[in-house]
Design a protein around this ligand. Structure first.
Ligand code: SF4
Length: 360
């Protein structure tokens, strides 16, 4: 097995069968895969791990994704939207700590979120940071006009997770209605790329009904779509969601975690110069999850800067860590994770995706 994996890793092109074989690695073969990914990361995107200060702007959501604790149908959630002043406070914190970029993430609610209001916020953030703080939006599917308006206002990066590139699986984890169409999500991603955003996507790993072949297809999807950034992590069940009823079908949390490490490592090998996040979901399933994700090829971390009083109401999945920590504590922990992984905290670096730079 080790020699087969060695042979696959020495190739330049990877077929679906190769990727499936890599996803099945264990023991020494798995270590080979992880080591290769770390080498490639260091060679193509360097030793720095970039910071994105995360602001969970609103948990109001009009959608009903079957896996998500924020779904509109979950009446147990106390809904909130962070005020402009609170956003700016988080922005000032990020700027003061020498972060070069922030992420504004929200439930998707085309009715509650005023497009022009977001535009004004983007302009204000850019202005008050002397046009240095880069902004990533992760607000879901909107019309092209909205995406264009935000881009023109100064947000140049957008993260829209496809969650699964398999239309059939996508349908199993979303309601079958016009608000939850795989085709719409795909078109929105295309639009973002056309406008000129650094475009990011990602998937959930270890969903019920998902096969290893589906995951290989997800990796091929990201490669062929030519994404610039990726945020992906293990699926973690939430009791107040419809997918909870299928929890007996799931791999163990440990298996989902290891599978997620393999996904990160393989994506790093397939797309050498993109940005890959070490997501919070990794840390949820393993106390050293962030560090291990970095050693598997991730080069971005996203410390949570959401005002603490809101955090326990942004629970997409169960047991999300960091809800009880203030931004200072969070930051200390992130810095330690990065150093423990043998890498360098990338303060002051905007971390523009090298892949984006080279494809333009
Ligand atoms: S995944 Fe996003 S769009 Fe779907 S219910 Fe959760 S917050 Fe809403």
């Amino acid at each position: 097995m080790v020699s087969t994996i060695k042979n696959i890793l020495s190739q330049k092109y990877f077929s679906k069968e190769d990727i499936v074989a890599l996803l099945k690695t264990e023991g020494d073969s798995l270590q080979l895969l992880l080591d290769k990914a770390l080498d490639i990361k260091r060679c193509y995107v360097g030793n720095y791990v970039f910071y994105r200060g995360l602001i969970e702007y609103s948990n109001v959501c009009g959608k009903n994704c079957f896996y998500c604790g924020l779904r509109a149908g979950n009446e147990k959630v106390a809904r909130y939207t962070v005020s402009d002043e609170e956003v700016m406070e988080a922005v000032r914190f990020a700027y003061g700590k020498d972060f070069a970029s922030i992420v504004i993430q929200s439930g998707e609610n085309t009715n509650a979120i005023n497009v022009h209001h977001i535009t004004d916020l983007i302009k204000r953030i850019r202005q008050e940071s002397n046009h240095t703080l880069e902004i990533t939006l992760s607000l879901g599917e909107y019309e092209e006009e909205a995406y264009q308006e935000w881009f023109d206002a100064g947000a140049k990066r957008y993260l829209l997770r496809i969650e699964s590139s398999n239309d059939n699986l996508y349908r199993k984890i979303h309601p079958d209605d016009s608000s939850h169409r795989f085709g719409d999500r795909f078109s929105a991603l295309k639009t973002l790329q056309k406008i000129g955003y650094q475009t990011g996507t990602g998937v959930m790993i270890g969903l019920p009904f998902q096969t290893i072949e589906d995951l290989a297809d997800d990796l091929i999807f990201m490669r062929d779509f030519n994404i610039d950034m990726c945020g992906m992590g293990p699926y973690i069940e939430h009791p107040d969601t419809p997918l909870w009823q299928f929890r007996d079908l799931l791999l163990s949390q440990r298996e989902r975690f290891v599978l997620s490490l393999k996904m990160i490592a393989i994506l790093r090998i397939l797309m050498k110069d993109i940005n890959i996040a070490a997501t919070t979901a990794m840390q949820t399933l393993n106390p050293n999850g962030r560090e291990k994700a970095i050693r598997a090829g991730a080069n971005v971390v996203m410390p949570n800067l959401t005002p603490q009083k809101y955090r326990e109401n942004y629970l997409i999945y169960e047991n999300k860590p960091g809800t009880d920590k203030d931004a200072g504590e969070t930051l200390f922990e992130f810095e330690k994770n990065i150093k423990d992984a043998g890498e360098i905290p990338g303060y002051g670096l905007s971390g523009t995706s090298k892949h984006f730079q080279s494809r333009n």
